[in-house]
Design a protein around this ligand. Structure first.
Ligand code: BG6
Length: 508
């Protein structure tokens, strides 16, 4: 195992002092991700000594109640690595303010509180505003921050982090970009895609560009096709209201899945500066040819889960029986599509994407299927089938990378089996407590936007899925539900690949 001490992990440059203002501080994200991430950063010695947090919520809680609730949440989420002493040093840095996020008066008070908190903790005037509120409030909060003069940069910096979903479709994403661009410079805007906070996702770039041996085969001459799967075992849980409006395509594809596709397919950037990386991502997505309505009918599949059973035979309800879901809902909980990338590297190499709720396994993985050997000298031996080489990047939950190749089965006759060469993160690096938000928060405070989406990246993601949204809206699905909870999704998704003589890799 490669030992990485806290000091080494914290070898990143120290952050300058600032105040973090969390809008929507009584919500799920603050408790499940943001505060535990801050705690983990503190544990790794990566928080600025002079940092303060202001939680802003519409519900009045009081500072003590807020500190207690966050302490409880952090304890739950970091588990055995929780240190009461460390928390005791963090808790006094948390402040709370109640206010109506649609009222100008709230922002006047926020300005005042910000000044007081900054003076108390000696943080100076830099501030990061983190919008973890319902998306309908994003534009208005930014506008009101602007009206109150809170995003003007005088001595320190002022930045705004915007959670997903960024828009509901291409038009609304454009409108939101326009609205916030009227108040903020692009360099002040940090649009989050939490997939980019995952170590394994960041590792795609390291894997590709820090190793000489993969890049030469990373193209249409050697790659047969690529599969990107984000399979969830969970259903929609308590998020029925949001999900009914969103559906699987909007929820996962224009953001997370196209980010994965971009990282796999983009050209090597000239540097790891934010603009260089984001330019390459923009280029690769702009090479995805827009789908015609006929393409959508042939290359996009949607599904909705009906009742089914988990692997241990526990009965699972259908989507239409989930809380806050209509009994005749036409919302898709599964989407699969085949995309092409029209450039020299990838012409004619299909990228198959699929994502869904209540599938047979929890697994996010990218599988690169290489072409078969052009000629097999083993054909006169008892070898009926040579499997292709396959590189699997397992992003979660069993993070790792495996390479499948053929090997001779020991014995006097030539028999060939397939074997996997395995790398597991846990074996080399142990398992660090992480929420996936540590790097994102750190980078936003450090002013590094590489892992955040630029306005054009977000719009490009929406333009790729726009034709699908249109066709699906015009032709509501008639055969829903079309897959059983606990299965691998609708049959049409298998047919999508079978038509091309291929099959999904469903093994872990
Ligand atoms: C969110 C989606 O963005 O990503 C959820 O809204 C989904 O529906 C989640 O469950 C998946 O994230 P992760 O990190 O659990 O793979």
């Amino acid at each position: 195992m490669v030992e990485t001490s806290a000091a080494e992990r914290g070898a990143a440059p120290p952050l300058a002092p600032c105040v973090l203002v969390i809008f929507g501080a009584s919500g799920d994200l603050a408790a499940r991700k943001l505060l535990p991430a801050l705690y983990n950063l503190a544990a790794g010695g990566m928080l600025p000594e002079r940092l303060a947090v202001i939680g802003l919520a519409s519900r009045d809680a009081g500072v003590e109640a807020f500190r207690d609730a966050m302490g409880q949440a952090v304890r739950e989420h970091v588990g055995s690595s929780f240190s009461p002493e460390l928390w005791a040093s963090l808790a006094p840095r948390l402040h709370f303010m109640a206010g109506d996020l649609r009222a100008a008066e709230t922002y006047a008070r926020l300005g005042q509180t910000l000044g007081e908190v900054a003076a108390e903790h000696g943080t100076g005037t830099s501030a990061l505003f983190y919008l973890s509120t319902p998306p309908s409030l994003f534009g208005e909060i930014v506008r009101r921050l602007g009206d109150a003069g809170l995003v003007r940069e005088e001595e320190g910096w002022r930045r705004v982090v915007i959670e997903k979903p960024f828009g509901h479709d291409l038009d609304s994403a454009r409108a939101l970009n326009r609205e916030i661009a009227g108040v903020l410079a692009e360099r002040q805007i940090y649009r989050i895609d939490h997939y980019l906070g995952k170590e394994t996702v960041q590792n795609i770039l390291v894997f590709r560009f820090a190793n000489g041996i993969f890049e030469p085969v990373w193209n249409r001459r050697y790659v047969d096709h690529v599969q990107i799967t984000v399979a969830e075992q969970l259903g929609v849980e308590h998020r029925g209201r949001y999900y009914e409006e969103a559906g699987a395509l909007r929820d996962m594809v224009p953001n997370h899945m196209l980010q994965l596709l971009s990282l796999i397919a983009m050209e090597p950037p000239a540097s790891f500066e934010a603009e260089a990386v984001r330019n390459e991502k923009e280029k690769v997505l702009s090479a995805v040819p827009p789908l015609t309505p006929e393409d959508v009918l042939r290359r996009a599949v949607r599904g909705q889960y009906g009742p089914g059973a988990a692997a241990d035979a526990t009965a699972l309800p259908g989507y239409r029986s989930e809380p806050l879901v209509a009994a005749d809902s036409a919302t898709e909980t599964f989407a699969a599509l085949k995309l092409l990338i029209d450039n020299w590297r990838w012409a004619d190499v299909p990228f198959y994407l699929r994502t869904g709720k209540r599938l047979a396994a929890h697994s996010t993985q990218i599988v690169i299927h290489f072409k078969r050997v052009p000629f097999s000298p083993f054909r006169l031996t008892p070898v009926d089938h040579l499997g292709p080489n396959r590189l699997v990047l397992r992003l979660q939950p069993e993070e790792g990378i495996s390479l499948r190749f053929s090997a001779k089965v020991p014995g006097p006759s030539v028999r060939i089996g397939t074997v996997d060469m395995e790398f597991r993160y846990a074996d080399y690096f142990g398992s660090q407590p992480t929420t996936g938000y540590e790097t994102l928060l750190y980078d936003a405070m450090a002013g590094d936007a590489t892992l955040f989406q630029r306005a054009d990246n977000v719009e490009r993601g929406w333009s790729v899925v726009a034709p699908i949204l249109e066709v699906w809206k015009a032709l509501p699905a008639r055969a829903f539900p079309n897959y059983a909870a606990g299965s691998w999704g609708p049959q049409e998704a298998d047919e999508l690949l079978a038509r091309d003589g291929r099959a999904w890799s469903n093994e872990p």
